[in-house]
Write a protein that binds this ligand. Structure first.
Ligand code: AHR
Length: 305
């Protein structure tokens, strides 16, 4: 009888707390949905917390997961800085932490098991290489940055700038944050177009994510220009709405960002909880660059049409 109780106890679901950035983009929503679906499939009890783009909400959520004694914690951080104190608290409570997507400034301190993420610098490089090929390196560019202090914004900017530095006739004439949202992307693009003679001398928009690009495309149309033709649009994520924009000729290219981070995260956590201590410090996901050439078929696949 006791053995049966023990067996049933050991079969109790693993409880994992997940602090997510928010729901600022279609990509983020797919990421959250895929983590929830994967947890359900594996019988993991997932405590999901939406931080609404505020790090202070994330820190509160992590403290609450620690207080509840979860088996592991996953954090998709808003910004890189300010994580060490709460990560130390998790370590003291012997709760393993996995970082998803953006980074934290605590690498090398042994405060988290692993980070599962894409190479954001390379995404920026790939977007820039595509644009330089398309324009023979002669292009006046508007840039919509992601959230200030977020790895995805810092690194994409770095990679893009690194590539265009080799092209003397390629310049970023204006660069501002659109906070990774569609609304802010449109608003900031309107202001940049006004400041740049309605955008007539601009050759391309480089947006750190699809969501801001979709907002900006609307602003370009309202300014009387044809996005995708009068002004090229290049971005990152690969969300269905952006594939639709490419299929319609309103956008030109995107570097895909894989939103399915739940499965590799749960694999690492489950292995660790079973005693496996050989964990890679960084697990990198990859994605392709897509253009208008395959946009309609990709949209059909991704939107389930
Ligand atoms: O951190 C990844 C970025 O965050 C995605 O590119 C963007 O859509 C999201 O908000």
């Amino acid at each position: 009888m006791v053995l049966v109780l023990c067996a049933s106890h050991s079969a109790l679901a693993t409880t994992i707390g997940f602090s997510q950035v928010g729901s600022e983009s279609g990509w983020r929503t797919s990421f959250s949905e895929s983590v929830k679906a994967e947890a359900k499939k594996r019988g993991i009890e997932l405590k999901f917390s939406d931080a609404q783009q505020k790090q202070e909400n994330q820190i509160k959520a992590v403290r609450s997961f620690i207080a509840q004694g979860v088996d592991a914690i996953m954090i998709a951080p808003v910004v890189e800085t300010g994580w060490k104190p709460v990560l130390r608290e998790a370590k003291r409570a012997r709760i393993p932490v996995v970082i998803l997507d953006r980074n934290v400034d605590a690498s090398g301190d042994g405060l988290f098991l692993t980070r599962i993420a894409s190479d954001f610098v390379e995404e920026g490089r790939r977007a820039a290489r595509w644009l330089m090929d398309e324009t023979d390196g002669n292009c006046r560019i508007l840039e919509l940055q992601g959230t200030v202090g977020a790895t995805a914004a810092i690194d994409r900017m770095k990679g893009f700038n690194e590539v265009i530095a080799d092209f003397p006739d390629a310049t970023i004439v204006r660069s501002q944050t659109g906070e990774f949202t569609r609304t802010k992307g449109k608003e900031v693009m309107e202001a940049m177009l006004k400041a740049e003679n309605g955008g007539r001398d601009i050759c391309a928009l480089w947006s750190h994510n699809d969501e801001m690009a979709i907002g900006a495309i609307q602003a370009i149309k309202e300014a009387g220009l044809k996005p995708g033709t009068d002004m090229l649009v290049v971005s990152v994520d690969g969300v269905p709405d952006y594939f639709k924009a490419m299929a319609d000729g309103d956008a030109n290219a995107t570097v895909e960002l894989n939103p399915h981070l739940g499965a590799p995260a749960f694999d690492v956590i489950e292995a660790y909880l079973k005693g496996d201590r050989k964990v890679e410090k960084l697990i990198t996901t990859t994605g392709d660059l897509f253009t208008q050439a395959t946009a309609a078929e990709e949209y059909a696949k991704r939107a389930g049409k």
